[in-house]
Design a protein around this ligand. Structure first.
Ligand SMILES: *[C@@H]1O[C@H](CO)[C@@H](O)[C@H](O)[C@H]1NC(C)=O
Ligand SMILES: *[C@@H]1O[C@H](CO)[C@@H](O)[C@H](O)[C@H]1NC(C)=O
Ligand SMILES: *[C@@H]1O[C@H](CO)[C@@H](O)[C@H](O)[C@H]1NC(C)=O
Ligand SMILES: *[C@@H]1O[C@H](CO)[C@@H](O)[C@H](O)[C@H]1NC(C)=O
Ligand SMILES: CC(=O)N[C@H]1CO[C@H](CO)[C@@H](O)[C@@H]1O
Length: 430
């Protein structure tokens, strides 16, 4: 350590404290200092193209996020050709990590006519090439809400193939062991088959490093039981890889108290979950914002932003949502376990068996190779509803399993919120 500092000082470089890196061990995240890591995140996508290239803006936002108690941001779309050094070091200085989606606007894996090809692989690799260099890159998503329908479950092997290829690429380039995972829509009928499928199998090179869920189940005054978080937890107590909520923060009824954070960072969930990401930083039409950059203006006015929501400037907290979240996070600091005291014992779950109209992937099918299209041969090898050898299947769940009492709209919300914001933003930009 001393010699490193000396070398830097001699070279005239500014010596900055490095941020510890994040990696996976068993079902938990750890920092390179050996502490368990729990995500206290904010979804951050101010502009459709890339919110990590304007360092003046990043500095303004990172300072306020630090006050809020944030340790992570999630960014959905970036331009791998752009220069991210300024923003990434600004966030690192504020102790904030990045969870970034690898797809760009036209490379995501589709649930209808699913495929995973060279064009997509190269685009994902470019994003990995750019962001692997930053110590505060915490994880990569190979997809966001790709599966939303029972007949879309056949896209799951393509998502898993993408993770397999990006993990192999990461290792072939000797990049740091940055976790590669997936962010799922909270669809009761697909759960827990989807999350088990992404972790199942004996070959760890073909499984995800972590799984995450966009869940809007806890709305207003609720509880661990009433929200359905108890059911979510029952399905992860034996889960062998880390899992967290990659979007949460139901906004009806408003204002938001963020009471769910007391459960996520409390004794019932911290043994199994690794935190959550609150949707979202900027206020826009979907009304999930924690901050705004000024009052909404009439979109018809000359020079006004197309949706009336200014997307840059000094962030102003929106009350009471922002102070409420800040108050929650201040009191919630689980320490978890030390890496040195933790020996993983959990093994991968069984690959779920084929169940018509519920989960149409038959156990641990061979993953498609890159370039393979969803032709009839691939389709039949994925869906073949043959007898599954005992031990590789599991009892199928009914389509309504996992639905939270009293929140019938959660799936619609889980599916639409993040995408809606992005799509609206995208069209405004065009
Ligand atoms: C699922 O059904 C929809 C129609 O509801 C269809 O458009 C889509 O192609 C189907 N997906 C697959 C993978 O067959
Ligand atoms: C891969 O699929 C995309 C559509 O998602 C298509 O535009 C592209 O041409 C395909 N690439 C190859 C190499 O087939
Ligand atoms: C595990 O999967 C990787 C990636 O598909 C493959 O290269 C490797 O041969 C597999 N290992 C075994 C033992 O099957
Ligand atoms: C998931 O949880 C539900 C209810 O909490 C339970 O009925 C089901 O068996 C669980 N499935 C698995 C695979 O853990
Ligand atoms: C957790 C928390 O701080 N909740 C507050 C959220 O805002 C409302 C309205 O100001 C307060 O009544 C809550 O106490």
């Amino acid at each position: 350590m001393r010699s490193v500092v000396l070398t830097c000082a001699l070279a005239g470089a500014v010596v900055v404290a490095a941020i510890p890196t994040i990696s996976v061990k068993g079902s938990k995240f750890f920092t390179s200092e050996g502490d368990q890591f729990f995500v206290k995140g904010i979804a951050y996508q101010l502009v459709p193209d890339d919110p990590l290239i304007d360092n003046t803006q990043c500095k303004l936002d990172a300072a306020l996020m630090k006050d809020l108690g944030t340790n992570s941001i999630r960014v959905y779309h970036v331009d791998p050709e752009a220069d991210h050094e300024g923003c990434m070091s600004t966030f690192a200085d504020a102790g904030i990590y990045l969870w970034v989606d690898l797809d760009t606007f036209n490379t995501q894996i589709e649930q209808d006519a699913p495929h995973w090809n060279e064009t997509q692989l190269e685009a994902f690799q470019k994003v990995m090439d750019e962001f692997q260099q930053f110590d505060n890159t915490a994880g990569f998503f190979v997809g966001n809400e790709v599966l939303t329908k029972p007949n879309g479950s056949v896209a799951a092997p393509f998502v898993k193939a993408a993770a397999r290829d990006l993990k192999a690429y990461r290792d072939s380039k000797n990049y740091r062991n940055i976790p590669v995972g997936y962010s799922a829509a909270d669809i009761a009928s697909l759960r827990p088959m989807l999350q088990n499928y992404m972790a199942c199998g004996t070959n760890a090179s073909e499984s995800l490093d972590f799984f995450s869920l966009n869940a809007y189940e806890w709305c207003g005054d609720s509880s661990y039981e009433q929200s359905g978080y108890d059911e979510l937890t029952r399905n992860v107590t034996d889960y062998n890889i880390p899992i967290f909520l990659s979007e949460t923060g139901c906004n009806e009824p408003s204002p938001r108290n963020f009471e769910d954070q007391t459960a996520i960072f409390g004794d019932e969930m911290t043994p199994y979950w690794s935190g959550s990401i609150i949707y979202e930083w900027i206020q826009e039409a979907n009304n999930y914002g924690l901050i705004k950059y000024g009052e909404k203006v009439d979109p018809a006015a000359s020079g006004a932003p197309p949706d009336g929501f200014t997307r840059s400037g000094t962030p102003t907290p929106i009350s009471p949502d922002f102070p409420n979240l800040s108050n929650q996070w201040k009191t919630l600091t689980p320490s978890g376990v030390k890496e040195s005291d933790y020996t993983p014992t959990l093994t991968p779950p069984p690959c779920p068996a084929y169940t018509s109209d519920v989960w149409e992937v038959n156990g641990g099918v061979a993953l498609p190779s890159v370039g393979q299209t969803f032709d009839s041969a691939v389709k039949s090898s994925i869906t073949a509803s043959t007898t599954v050898p005992s031990g590789t299947g599991q009892p199928s769940a009914s389509p309504t399993e996992g639905a939270a009492p009293g929140s019938p709209i959660k799936e619609v919300q889980g599916m639409s919120v993040g995408l809606l914001g992005l799509l609206l933003g995208f069209f405004w930009w065009m």
